[in-house]
Design a protein around this ligand. Structure first.
Ligand code: VGL
Ligand code: ZN
Length: 220
């Protein structure tokens, strides 16, 4: 049976105001996200969450050659899920960015699909077991982990919806979140607004060729 999953990406203390790598207004995802979680529980969706879970000496950190201040270090307060986030008891947690060395993708672990649960299972292995076909993604940060997760989900072939009002971006460069949304849409993701998720935006499958603007048209 086709099923829906909710994937909550990295809603952790360090990504919220006061944390080590705060996403502007990161805590503002909590209220809409809690509504989504309530609905997901009610409708028996498969609910999972990813978490950034770095070793203290991760190459992802500036101190060890990476680009980020130290954040979400394993078993620290900063790595805990934001306390006001409503999470179900039977939550499946996928930890990522656990490698000290190795491939850059493993070290950074931006995508939740790079994470593993307590049984060392990946999302890619787990979701088919649940018959998941539709994946809702929300969390932090729009321009890094949400984007990487959504692009992977689209590539694997999930019908993927980004709950955009439950996401916030780091915005290292102004416009990063906006560009991330465009990239996700181009990959086939739909952008939706909870609780109004009948409002879904997507790029039509058949792209029209660009029309000449009226100004061009006058030049023969
Ligand atoms: C993230 C930067 C560094 C994220 C993780 O969760 O989006 N961003 N590590
Ligand atoms: Zn990180």
């Amino acid at each position: 049976m086709a099923k829906t999953a909710l994937l909550i990406v990295d809603v952790q203390n360090d990504f919220c105001p006061g944390g080590a790598l705060p996403v502007p207004d990161g805590d503002r995802v909590i209220e809409p996200l809690n509504c989504v979680v309530a609905r997901a529980i009610h409708e028996k969706w498969f609910i999972c969450a990813s978490r950034d879970w770095h070793p203290r000496n991760s190459r992802h950190f500036v101190e060890f050659g990476g680009q980020w201040p130290a954040h979400c270090i394993q078993n620290t307060e900063g790595a805990r899920f934001y306390p006001e986030l409503y999470l179900p008891e039977e939550l499946r947690i996928f930890s990522k960015g656990c490698a000290v060395s190795g491939l850059s993708r493993e070290v950074d672990g931006y995508s939740a699909f790079d994470g593993r649960d307590q049984f060392s299972m990946t999302l890619r292995q787990t979701l088919p077991f649940r018959g998941v076909e539709l994946l809702y993604v929300a969390g932090l940060a729009t321009d890094y982990c949400v984007k990487a997760t959504v692009l992977d989900a689209c590539l694997i072939g999930y019908k993927t919806r980004v709950l955009i009002n439950c996401c916030r971006g780091v915005e290292r460069n102004e416009g990063d979140s906006r560009r991330a949304v465009m990239e996700m849409m181009r990959a086939g993701a739909e952008i939706s607004f909870e609780p109004y998720d009948s409002m879904v935006m997507r790029i039509p499958r058949v792209q029209q060729r660009p029309q000449p603007s009226s100004r061009c048209a006058t030049i023969r």
